[in-house]
Design a protein around this ligand. Structure first.
Ligand code: PEP
Ligand code: MN
Length: 355
């Protein structure tokens, strides 16, 4: 349920109303939108009558029920006001959000050694990326595949952050690692395989770094949004939803099926920013550029693209990794064209001048 306050409602009245609602056993959350203040109500609201509740204060414009199973992540809960995730990085604040410049995250699947991660960081930064990705802890299908260098790779990510000024995004798989990862990462990633690891969702929800929540490979959109709801319910409002391809009957040519229709669907359901990962979505380097372009045309707020200095020798996901040169061409000659046509591209020159 949400209580929409009239424009100019006095702060003391919002406070008074919130205390009254709290005394009823509800959890009121004040959401300050661009134009209005909305009080979101979580708790047992089933027996409440929205019309009667409007009499609680002359400053109430209306009281509405949130009809969806997810509350805090729903667009209704913020009365249509879309949220932005603002992430401080050494190069300045980066904003993920609707109608903001598309934020490109790039880097290797795994952090392999210091030279490769620093080289990749500097190159993707020069091409216009704002974040460096790289796995320290890797979720691998086979226990015999490279599992990531773990804690020592976090130091290498910190070195790449210093060398490039890029923000860092890296995956957390275990509740026991959340604290040490969130010290180094500017954004923590919850991967597809852990989208419904509820203990992990609660733990990343209880820390302050933004969370990049990938869609489970067989997750419905409602399940994905409910996973995000866990993070918001635990206290962290900064969640970015990332589509990375789902499983369907035909995976002969692509590793997954990249579901770009989630962009308009999520727009209609949630206020959270949206990212697309065409690398895991297709699994093949030749298909990544076209899907990245399509994602921008569909209105994505962010892209995650795997880039490796020597894909043929990569310890994981080489087949879907672009070389830094191909990535640079994609950014400066292809994505920039679509991004500008959509009014959502920040030129590298501008980015450098502002840094
Ligand atoms: C990754 O980003 O390297 C990764 C493992 O992604 P996903 O969880 O989408 O498979
Ligand atoms: Mn990968």
């Amino acid at each position: 349920m949400i209580v929409v306050m009239k424009v100019g409602s006095p702060e003391v009245e919002i406070e008074r109303l919130s205390s009254e609602l709290k005394s009823w056993g509800l959890t009121p959350e004040k959401i300050v939108g661009k134009h209005k203040v909305v009080i979101g109500l979580v708790g047992d609201t089933a027996s409440l009558d929205p019309l009667q509740m409007e009499d609680l204060s002359p400053w109430i414009e209306k009281v509405l029920r949130v009809e969806k199973p997810f509350k805090r992540v729903s667009l209704e809960y913020r009365h249509g006001d879309r949220s932005q995730v603002v992430v401080p990085t050494p190069n300045g604040d980066v904003v993920f959000g609707h109608n903001q410049p598309v934020v490109v995250i790039a880097g290797p699947c795994s952090v392999e050694n210091e030279a490769m991660i620093v080289e990749t960081a500097v190159k993707v930064k020069n091409a216009g990326a704002k974040f460096l990705r790289g796995g320290a802890y890797k979720p691998r299908t086979s226990p015999y595949s490279f599992q990531g260098h773990g804690e020592s790779a976090l130091d290498l990510l910190a070195a790449a952050r210093s060398a490039s000024g890029l923000g860092i995004i890296t995956e957390v798989m275990d509740t026991a690692d959340v604290d040490k990862i969130s010290k180094v990462a500017d954004i923590v990633q919850v991967g597809a395989r852990n989208m419904q690891n509820f203990a992990l969702l609660k733990k990343v929800g209880a820390q302050s770094k933004p969370v990049f929540l990938k869609r489970g490979m067989s997750a419905t959109i409602d399940e994905w949004l409910m996973a995000a709801e866990y993070i918001l319910a635990a206290g962290n409002p900064n969640v970015i939803l990332c589509e990375r391809g789902i499983r369907t009957f035909d995976r002969k040519y692509c590793r997954n099926v990249l579901d770009l229709s989630v962009i308009p669907v999520l727009r209609s359901l949630t206020h959270l920013p949206i990212a697309i990962d065409p690398s895991h979505g297709t699994g093949k380097v030749d298909y990544v550029p076209d899907m990245a372009k399509a994602a921008i045309a569909c209105g994505t707020d962010s892209l995650m693209i795997e880039v490796h200095p020597n894909p043929a020798k990569a310890l994981s996901d080489g087949a879907q990794s672009l070389t830094p040169e191909r990535f640079n061409q994609l950014m400066t000659q292809e994505l920039s064209v679509i991004g500008k046509a959509m009014g959502r591209w920040q030129d590298i020159q501008v980015a450098v001048a502002n840094s």
